[in-house]
Design a protein around this ligand. Structure first.
Ligand SMILES: Cc1ncc(COP(=O)(O)O)c(C=O)c1O
Length: 398
């Protein structure tokens, strides 16, 4: 018996939801099914709403300090869910994961410095680096037509050639949905530690492991990783509360964190926000059953998508994610250039997916599908994509 209803269709119009209100700006029309930006169309765990409403019953919303119970809820969660021990002094609040990355880029590097990333990867990594006058050093993932792996030799080469001060790692990796193995993370830690490169590990999808897999937090993978790692996490993707903007940072190495945490503190970048901490604490304390059910629903949506593609649309392949609710679809067999592919999805299928090329040129020929939506919406969108593709594929290409 399940307790939560993820099949429920919830009208999000008029709620300032970027996924809906941003369609015109991003795709040039709003009469399309939005399966792009990475939030879920599901109602949050009711305990989170109850905790927020309870606090809002008090009529004064003054300056506030996060209680010990907030910090304990993060520490307990990391231990319970991932077996990672975190001490209070290793933790800092940050106002969002991308902002945390931006703060680290600004603090640990100077204008003109190289920062390494591994495309195709979450597009704000590049935007933050370039927008702050730093230079992107690319170590693209390896793709054999089916699976992606990290290019460890490439990483060694890129570090030797470009001498980056920082690397931004995505663990698990968006848009592919890959959880890096302990061995791979330890190797990254060894290479970066030896070269004096700080590794900012974005672990926002780390709680969303699928198929019984375990998330390996970067700062738990090896001593080298602990030495050079700045780990960022959040309850936002996990519990569908990105609108509350609550995230955290863990740095194990006291040398690495001392001055940085002081800089965050004096600039009040790490000052916790009332509503964020209430939502986060309620989520970590009461949300686990909701999360487990939600992940089971996502797994069945992924299964559904895989079977649908095999049956109805074999010319489009998916990379089966190990984590999270984002599915990387490979349209390269259609031989459409990227603008044509996106135009087909928008103008003919009427479905808004993330353009694969936004994650790097290696994403050309791909699109990212968000399956964090009721099954009926997903089924309808896939049927429309299938119709549009069939219309495009010549009999010889089939
Ligand atoms: C890998 C990754 N990092 C960060 C974010 C955004 O985090 P925040 O909203 O906390 O900045 C996302 C959202 O999709 C993401 O996929």
């Amino acid at each position: 018996m399940t307790k939560y209803n993820f099949d429920r269709l919830i009208d999000r119009h008029g709620t300032c939801a970027v996924k809906y209100e941003g369609l015109d700006q991003m795709f040039g029309r709003h009469d399309v099914t939005p399966l792009w930006i990475a939030d879920l169309d599901f109602a949050v765990c009711p305990d989170i709403t109850a905790a927020l409403l309870h606090r809002l019953e008090h009529p004064v919303l003054g300056y506030s300090a996060a209680p010990d119970s907030y910090w304990d809820s993060i520490i307990d969660w990391q231990n319970r869910r991932h077996g990672m021990k975190v001490a209070r002094e290793e933790l800092a609040f940050i106002p969002g994961v991308v902002k945390g990355i931006a703060l680290a880029v600004n603090y640990f590097t100077s204008r003109g410095d190289a920062v390494a990333i591994q495309p195709p990867v979450y597009h704000p990594f590049r935007a933050v680096i370039e927008g702050n006058g730093r230079v992107v050093a690319e170590n693209p993932l390896l793709f054999d037509g089916k699976n992606y792996t990290m290019d460890i030799d490439g990483l060694r080469r890129v570090i030797a050639e470009t001498k980056p001060k920082l690397m931004i790692l995505c663990n698990p990796h968006n848009p592919i949905g890959l959880q890096w193995s302990r061995e791979t993370l330890a190797e990254v830690g060894r290479i970066c530690s030896e070269a004096g490169v700080t590794v900012v590990s974005d672990e926002i999808h780390g709680d969303l492991m699928l198929g019984g897999r375990k998330h390996i937090p970067f700062c738990d993978a090896s001593d080298d990783c602990r030495r050079c790692g700045v780990m960022l996490g959040a309850p936002s993707k996990t519990f569908n509360i990105p609108g509350l903007v609550s995230s955290w940072m863990v740095i194990k190495n006291p040398e690495l964190r001392r001055d940085f945490y002081h800089w965050l503190e004096v600039n009040e970048f790490s000052a916790p926000v009332l509503i964020s901490t209430i939502g986060a604490e309620a989520a970590y304390t009461h949300g686990e059953a909701w999360l487990n059910e939600m992940l089971a629903y996502i797994e069945s949506n992924i299964e559904f998508t895989e079977q649908f593609l095999e049956r109805e649309l074999p010319q489009v392949r998916m990379v089966r994610p190990e984590a999270s609710f984002l599915v990387w679809l490979d349209f390269t067999d259609l031989h459409l250039d990227q603008p044509r592919l996106m135009d087909m999805l928008i103008s003919e299928a009427h479905v808004a997916l993330n353009d694969g090329a936004m994650f790097g040129r290696q994403g050309s020929g791909f699109a990212r599908l968000n399956v964090g939506t009721p099954r009926a919406v997903l089924a309808d969108a896939l049927a429309h994509i299938a119709d549009a593709v069939r219309h495009h594929v010549t009999p010889t290409a089939l």
